[in-house]
Design a protein around this ligand. Structure first.
Ligand SMILES: Nc1ncnc2c1ncn2[C@@H]1O[C@H](COP(=O)(O)OP(=O)(O)OP(=O)(O)O)[C@@H](O)[C@H]1O
Length: 297
């Protein structure tokens, strides 16, 4: 596991790995979300939000990387800062050697695609038409060989993400799982240097998740792209991720291979429940979980 050097006194974190100097660098980054109107304390005073990251420095590598950790631990925020979609209050973020926030829209998109958690669309264009537009407008300019070696990348993406049946449908008329499969296809066909995906598969069927992850991993390897993917499925992370960034509730992190990072000890620290319960976690209510957790202690 890659050590995390944390100076508790001034919250200066530094994650440094032997192979890490070539993807994203956070240099002394502090970031705070704006205050939420109506959020007041018991005295009626506006609550001033605390920084999500404070003097955060880290250097993270290329590859197929899964971000895991409890709700609200900072996975999305880290990806939005890394991809230049959020501006740090101070410090800077360098993606593939570029000050990503300051780039123009197109250059930023070609460097990093982002699949947000809840994307909404207004277009009435068909899936087929949108796939063609995204393919033609991105890095591949509408021409790339399938990573399987024969045929075109677009046909392969349609096949892998099982889109044959919805090609003539408008995006706005699709189910959540279908939209997620279209977004995965967009992200591949656009061909940017990196893709940040925020829980991009939660509505998909298990078999589709596995098929998609296997393909995305292969796509990243063969096209030298980097994919950072936040997901709650630890079993899929173990099975498919090359590296894992595990977030702890205090926003410390560990980085390494699934075997190195996803040990019972680290998972208990990250999720604050016994590791044995984690497998069942998604099926249980918070109350059931607390009760079972108390019994096991
Ligand atoms: N737009 C926002 N305005 C204010 N606070 C926000 C905003 N987005 C996120 N936060 C807060 O920032 C913290 C980190 O959130 P973030 O979305 O990065 O976590 P996450 O690990 O991606 O969570 P999840 O697994 O639930 O998606 C949380 O406390 C969250 O409430």
């Amino acid at each position: 596991m890659c050590p995390l050097f944390a100076d508790e006194a001034d919250f200066f974190y530094y994650i440094k790995c032997m192979d890490s100097l070539d993807f994203v660098e956070f240099n002394d980054v502090t970031f705070t979300y704006p205050a939420v109107e109506g959020d007041v304390d018991e005295n009626g005073e506006q609550i001033v939000p605390k920084p999500i990251f404070e003097h955060f420095s880290a250097s993270l590598p290329k590859g197929f990387v899964s971000l895991v950790g409890q709700n609200g631990c900072g996975k999305s925020t880290l990806m939005l800062l890394a991809s230049g979609r959020l501006k740090p209050d101070s410090g800077n973020v360098s993606l593939l050697g570029k000050d990503v926030f300051s780039l123009g829209e197109e250059e930023k998109n070609l460097l990093a695609t982002v699949i947000y958690q809840n994307m909404e669309f207004e277009t009435e264009d068909s899936v087929e038409s949108l796939l063609s537009q995204v393919y033609a407008g991105g890095k591949f300019a509408g021409k790339a060989v399938a990573i399987g070696g024969t045929g075109d990348l677009k046909d392969e993406a349609i096949r892998v993400f099982e889109l044959e049946g919805v090609l003539n449908h408008a995006l706005t008329h699709l189910s959540k799982g279908e939209i997620q499969r279209v977004l995965l296809a967009f992200s591949v066909l656009y061909g940017s240097e990196s893709i940040f995906m925020d829980e991009p598969m939660f509505a998909m069927e298990e078999a589709q998740k596995e098929k998609s992850l296997a393909y995305l991993k292969e796509f990243a390897r063969k096209t030298n792209r980097t994919i950072y993917i936040a997901m709650h499925e630890l079993d899929l992370t173990k099975k498919f991720a090359e590296k894992v960034l595990l977030f702890y509730p205090n926003r410390d992190m560990s980085f390494g291979t699934p075997d190195e990072v996803l040990t019972d000890e680290e998972l208990e620290k990250a999720y604050e429940i016994p590791a044995a319960l984690l497998k069942k976690k998604e099926d249980m209510t918070r109350e059931q979980l607390a009760a079972e957790s108390a019994m096991m202690r």
